[in-house]
Design a protein around this ligand. Structure first.
Ligand SMILES: Nc1ncnc2c1ncn2[C@@H]1O[C@H](COP(=O)(O)OP(=O)(O)OP(=O)(O)O)[C@@H](O)[C@H]1O
Ligand SMILES: [Mg+2]
Length: 334
């Protein structure tokens, strides 16, 4: 018997955090947790043990901690998947199963949902089948995979419940997306009528580049910080230093200029020939505020995506709602 699909999920496994946007029974939920997974081990503290059970999944017969528990217990410094073959690892599957576990904890059954997932634009065609295969092992929900830079575009063209937005038109407007993530910045161009311009799509480096630059410049000053601390300092502009907050604004500015230069360089190559004729450029992803002002100075029609860190999962959730509706219409006419 066919299970009736009734929920929509945007499931974005990023290199720094997993972001999930769900919509089921008329209610919307957002979930976020660190993209860290590590083989589980015995925890002696009883309170910690209880919390760890909620953040444990089993992969190939072996238990794994994921999310905050994995981050705290392993002492790992944040992101663990900075390689292109990340999706083939048990850690990636642990993040997928972990996200599904958190969705179930909200009383939403992912097996009855359309689940849209994303991949960096430059890996999409190569890894789409493998991601779908892995996801199918974890859930019987209907899984679709899209290039992640497409999602903020859908987030703008569709409203909260997946209807065409009253403020924009897919038919007549052309937009580019610059989506600044941790590992990659993804760029794409959508012509009027919803035609994706493949030649104008690609990826450059993400916020990790700036975090790395900050880490190195601090090390030259004999202050050792790990990648996680450096990533945080890009926002806070301070580093804890023997009980004081060290102001590192100057170092952050310098480190940030590396990603701005990289993003602008790749954006120029990919979309410069079209950019004047576009209705706008959406700057999305967690790192959007780091590059927004400089891109806006070059391209005045640049706009910051709403709720920029969730812009990928939210766009995918809205796209999942469209798919659900089309499904319902086709089963009605059968
Ligand atoms: N308000 C903010 N200002 C500046 N940087 C931010 C802000 N919010 C988040 N970030 C940073 O943006 C980066 C990218 O976050 P995001 O969640 O989009 O990455 P991701 O999806 O995990 O990575 P990827 O898409 O490359 O796999 C992170 O390093 C995060 O620390
Ligand atoms: Mg991302």
């Amino acid at each position: 018997m066919d299970i009736k699909l009734h929920g929509a999920i945007g499931f974005d496994i990023g290199h720094s955090t997993v972001k999930i946007s769900c919509f089921a029974d008329g209610v919307k939920h957002d979930i976020i947790f660190p993209s860290v997974a590590t083989p589980a081990f015995t925890i002696s503290d009883e309170n910690e043990q209880r919390r760890a059970i909620e953040e444990t999944v089993v992969i190939n017969g072996k238990p794994y901690f994921f999310g905050k528990t994995a981050l705290i217990q392993s002492g790992l410094s944040g992101s663990t998947g900075l390689s292109e073959s990340w999706i083939d690892t048990p850690e990636y599957e642990a993040l997928m199963r972990g996200g599904l576990k958190k969705i179930r904890a909200l009383d939403i059954n992912p097996d009855e949902c359309v689940i849209v997932m994303g991949l960096p634009t430059n890996l999409h065609s190569r890894q789409k089948a493998a991601l779908k295969h892995m996801a199918a092992e974890c859930t019987t929900g209907r899984v679709l995979v899209m290039p992640q830079s497409l999602a903020p575009y859908h987030g703008m063209m569709l409203d909260e419940v997946g209807n065409p937005s009253s403020r924009h038109s897919m038919e007549s407007e052309a937009w580019a997306v610059v989506e600044v993530g941790y590992f990659t910045t993804d760029i794409m161009l959508m012509q009027a009528g919803g035609t994706w311009v493949e030649k104008a799509a690609g990826s450059s480096r993400g916020v990790a580049l700036a975090a790395d630059a900050l880490m190195r410049s601090m090390s030259e000053k004999d202050v050792t910080v790990d990648l996680n601390e450096a990533e945080e300092a890009l926002q806070t502009r301070t580093i804890k230093y023997f009980g004081e907050n060290l102001d590192v604004s100057k170092e952050v500015e310098l480190a940030t200029s590396s990603i701005v230069a990289d993003v602008l360089d790749t954006s120029k190559k990919l979309i410069e020939p079209h950019v004047r004729k576009l209705d706008g450029v959406i700057i999305a992803g967690g790192g959007a505020p780091l590059v927004f002002d400089e891109i806006k100075a070059k391209w005045p029609h640049a706009v910051l995506a709403d709720n920029h860190r969730f812009s990928v999962s939210e766009g995918m959730r809205r796209y999942a709602l469209v798919t659900l509706r089309l499904d319902a219409m086709s089963s009605f006419s059968r």
